[in-house]
Write a protein that binds this ligand. Structure first.
Ligand code: S3P
Length: 436
């Protein structure tokens, strides 16, 4: 996407057709990290070629992993040659761009590798809390300094060293913090255990299994133990389409009358699928077909327009759909009645303060939304008016409000939306294809 602004008008016709959204962001980051340390080579298919995940892949090349593409028309497919746990010190600081996942997970690995390095990112990333990973990693003996202008924030300087295993109780439900500790634990002699207050996405645990890392998960899924040091063994992998990207179209088709969309091979990991459950509870017509349940489950989603009504999102559902909340708020604005999204204070430390940016933009469109410290309450049903909105450099705010624009009166313009490229390259083409 070259332009930093996008405009949509109310869809002149229903949204119809088939889409394959790009590969899953969370899984792509993790595949790059684990594949880079693995013994052997693996074929990676459908890697997310977004700025965030390409930054992580380039970082792994700085550590000595090799990426070989034999079809330039399909950069999402490549062979990844691992370093067999013999990475080299990066010659330059590592650029994490806009990605909290990239920086936090990489910090877990780098803390336990025998060299020093510096991680930096863009303005948004340098304002996001890093103390949440520095604290548990420091308990393991890690040497990490947060040198940003804002206390506890990036850039990070890491002097890699031998770590000690810990048992760590996570103070918040965060897959990034959990994964940073587990990745450090994978490189550490002994058993590192993490206990989380609620279920969060379990891609790291599933990939540990895929790559042969000894890891056990308690029956309730809340406690994870990894036994290190362990070397991942390279094994081919196909990454499903990202449910967080598919969510934009699930909502768009649900609010534009007459629509019917089919989304192919979307990841349906049970720690990520609450958006489907919550939208269905609101009355959405979403059907799953061609389900596959091995490794990371996936399936095709068919969504048809259906009138929506409000709902209460439960505390347990929040971590499962944390990234989909901006677009869920759009669905709520078009749903009859009240939708409450609380216990979601984590939204304040995403790429933007997503409570403030979602509520502010909804109100600017004439929607009824109340802001709370830990979330929002939206009363839907009244028509929204298109206007010019700031995306605050936040990809999910940009895409979410463009979906609102498809069902609002007049034109809706999103400013500062270049960062859509951090998670969904090709989004503008998909939008054009469905609305032209
Ligand atoms: C992610 C975890 C979530 C999510 C982020 C991706 C991951 O963040 O919001 O987009 O891949 O582990 P937190 O762990 O901070 O909740």
């Amino acid at each position: 996407m070259s332009s930093d602004r996008l405009t949509v008008c109310r869809a002149a016709h229903p949204l119809r057709g088939e889409l394959t959204v790009p590969g899953d962001k969370s899984i792509s980051h993790r595949v790059a990290l684990l594949g880079a340390l693995a013994r052997g080579s693996m074929q990676v298919r459908n890697y997310l070629c977004s700025e965030d995940c390409l930054n992580t892949l380039r970082a792994m090349e700085q550590l000595g992993a090799r990426v070989c593409r034999d079809d330039e028309a399909h950069p999402e497919n490549f062979c990844l040659h691992g370093t067999a746990m013999q990475p080299v010190a990066p010659a330059r600081p590592i650029d994490c761009g806009n990605s909290g996942t990239g920086m936090r997970l990489m910090a877990g690995l780098l803390a336990a590798l025998p060299f020093s390095c510096r991680l930096f990112g863009d303005e948004s990333l340098c304002a996001r809390p890093m103390k949440r990973i520095i604290d548990p990693l420091a308990l393991m003996g890690a040497q990490i300094r947060a040198c940003g202008a804002k206390p506890g924030c990036a850039p990070l300087e890491i002097d890699g060293t031998r770590l000690q295993p810990i048992c760590y109780e996570l103070p918040m439900a965060s897959a990034q913090v959990k994964s940073a500790v587990l990745l450090a634990g994978m490189l550490t002699q002994g058993t590192t255990t993490v206990r989380q207050p609620a279920l969060t996405r379990d891609h790291t645990e599933r990939l540990f299994e895929h790559f042969g890392i000894p890891c056990s998960v308690s029956p309730d899924g809340l406690e994870i133990a990894v036994c290190g040091p362990a070397m991942p063994v390279a094994r081919d992998i196909t990454i499903p389409a990202d449910i967080s990207s598919a969510a934009f179209w699930l909502v768009a088709a649900s609010i534009v009358p007459g629509s019917e969309l089919c989304l192919r091979r979307v990841g349906l990991n049970p720690t990520r699928d609450a958006i489907i459950r919550v939208l269905r509870r609101m009355g959405a017509d979403i059907r799953i077909s061609n389900r596959s349940d091995s490794g990371e489950p996936y399936g095709d989603l068919t969504v048809r327009y259906a009138p929506l009504h409000g709902t209460e999102v439960t505390r347990e559902e929040i971590p499962n759909l944390i990234d989909e909340i901006p677009v869920l708020a759009i669905a709520a604005a078009f749903a009859e009645g009240r939708t409450a999204i609380r216990n979601a204070a984590e939204l304040r430390v995403k790429e933007s303060d997503r409570i403030a940016t979602t509520v502010g933009n909804l109100r600017a469109m004439g929607g009824q939304a109340e802001e709370y410290d830990d979330g929002m309450v939206i009363t839907g049903g009244a028509p929204l008016r298109g206007t010019t909105l700031d995306s605050y450099g936040d990809h999910r705010i940009a895409m979410g409000f463009l979906m609102a624009g498809l069902a609002a009166e007049g034109d809706t313009t999103l400013l500062r939306c270049r960062n859509i490229n951090t998670s969904y390259p090709g989004f503008a083409d998909h939008l054009r294809a469905l609305t032209d």
